[in-house]
Design a protein. Structure first.
Length: 175
């Protein structure tokens, strides 16, 4: 078993026997917390979703996020242009931000990628999933839906670069 970049070597620690967690992740998740008192991670919320896009597709991607998701451009520090062109977009209440980063050498699923609820995606809460569906239909945007898995509908769309995005509304008991 190799040394994990996620776990510092602790003097006097006894290596744990191989487990499924050890084999899958390269370190033993079953004993690391028990052996060491670690500071807690306290999440305060979100900052943004960084979205890699191809340079030639930046304009089409901005159009998708503005027209389909209803986001608006946000100020973007000029210093970031030295790293890569891009755009910052957010909703009117600053509850969701997408930072598009136009670099051709970053992984992007590709325009022909299929919508994949089981693959890498981010899920966003919207106040009215029915209104979102109507918006998608009126714009002619293809979407897929799962309606019986978690107790509320999940709507999936794909952006011009092939990223899958999920949208759902908070569950309402009795609805």
């Amino acid at each position: 078993m190799g040394r994990s970049p996620y776990k510092a070597e602790v003097a006097g620690s006894i290596p744990a026997p191989p487990t499924i967690a050890t084999e899958a992740w390269g370190f033993d998740m079953t004993t690391s917390v028990q052996q060491t008192a670690l500071p807690a991670v306290t999440f305060l919320g979100w900052s943004h979703e960084g979205v890699p896009v191809g340079r030639k597709n930046l304009e089409a991607s901005v159009k998708f996020y503005v027209e389909v998701l209803g986001l608006r451009p946000l100020p973007r520090p000029k210093a970031l242009e030295d790293i890569a062109p891009g755009a910052w977009l957010g909703d009117e209440h600053n509850r969701a931000q997408f930072h598009l980063i136009a670099k051709d050498d970053e992984h992007r699923p590709g325009a022909d990628a299929r919508i994949t609820p089981a693959g890498r995606h981010t899920a966003w809460m919207v106040s009215d999933i029915d209104a979102f569906r109507v918006r998608l239909r009126e714009l002619g945007v293809y979407y897929e839906e799962i309606s019986n898995l978690i107790g509320s509908p999940q709507v999936f769309v794909r952006d011009p670069e092939g990223h899958t995005w999920e949208f759902q509304e908070p569950r309402h008991p009795g609805k």
